[in-house]
Design a protein around this ligand. Sequence first.
Ligand code: 13P
Ligand code: SF4
Length: 377
Amino acid sequence: MAEMETIGLETDLSLFKYDNLEQLPPSYRDLGEDERTDRIETALDQLSEDVLILGHNYQRREIVEHADFIGDSYALSKRAAEADASNIVFCGVTFMAESADIITDDDQTVLLPSMEASCPMAGMAEALQVDAAWAELTAAAPDEEIIPITYMNSYADLKAFCAEQGGLVCTSSNAHRAFEWALDRGDKVLFLPDKHLGENTAHRIDLEDSTAEWDPWDPEGKDPEAVADSEVILWDGYCQVHERFRADHVENVRGDHPGASVVVHPECRREVVEAADVVGSTSTICATIEEAEAGETWAIGTEIHLANHLERWHPEIEVLPLCGDACMDCNAMRQVDPNYLTWVLEGLTEGTERNVVEVAPQEKELARVALDRMLEV
Ligand code: 13P
Ligand code: SF4
């Protein structure tokens, strides 16, 4: 079993939202795979229709093989919204489980096997910090309306803030539609927290010459004049897993594998997206490989577990991680260890709900508005 890693400072910030963090008891720490699989299956048989397991595409093999549904963050939130099960075990990261809690009925419980699964990028735009920046941004363009859009990879309080200011949520699969929705209603978009997805989306809707970056950590990185002159303001957040990819990785893979195609996630830098053949959410990446012809070669520019799943699921395709051994796994997603899944499921069979994600009612109502707007665009 992979050792649990110590979480970093950025992740700690977001953990303060959940004081119900429970650590795995010692008796669950060294379960062998066979025993664990048996115990998970026994618990699932017992729980039957009372539990639904949702798994993000970046979860490891030992998790996705137990999931009722595997998908990208948009598909998972839609599936959560349609679910009848009283317990939804969300194998993903904190912000995804929060969104599931917001969207599901009050009598449904959302459990996240490990509360340490916090996306560092979501922690790069804390609602309090955005609220402070909002005063500076609105002062920079006093006669214009700024509509905030937050990427799904953000916490419920920021989603609530966006709703309150007339904005919405988006995922990587509908960011362009969210931008169009916002620009129909206002003059500018403030996009949080991922500057790369924001820049790639601005290109997609032909606004690449009208962007300004806003770095909340650097006084030099805030330019009110640039804000006044631009239609898209990009908060300076990023995903370290996707920032790792460079344009020369695309060149190298094409040189080493003539005829290879490249598919990347839009959290990658602009130059990587420009060099790729296909860009899209993790579901688009899956669909691209599903639709490929046998014998084709595809390099995958996203989190390593998904590249590994695609290689396993499609032996007829040559699937390569875009930067080979340098491709990263997501430390946040990795916190959902299968031993935690066993512990949470066995808890449910005994009537104990462990690691419940519950958004505060005042945030929930507003965040739901922002999520509903997304589901409608
Ligand atoms: P998707 O919405 O494409 O699944 O991406 C979520 C994510 O966290 C990518 O890093
Ligand atoms: Fe967050 Fe990046 Fe992990 Fe996605 S891959 S959950 S953006 S850290």
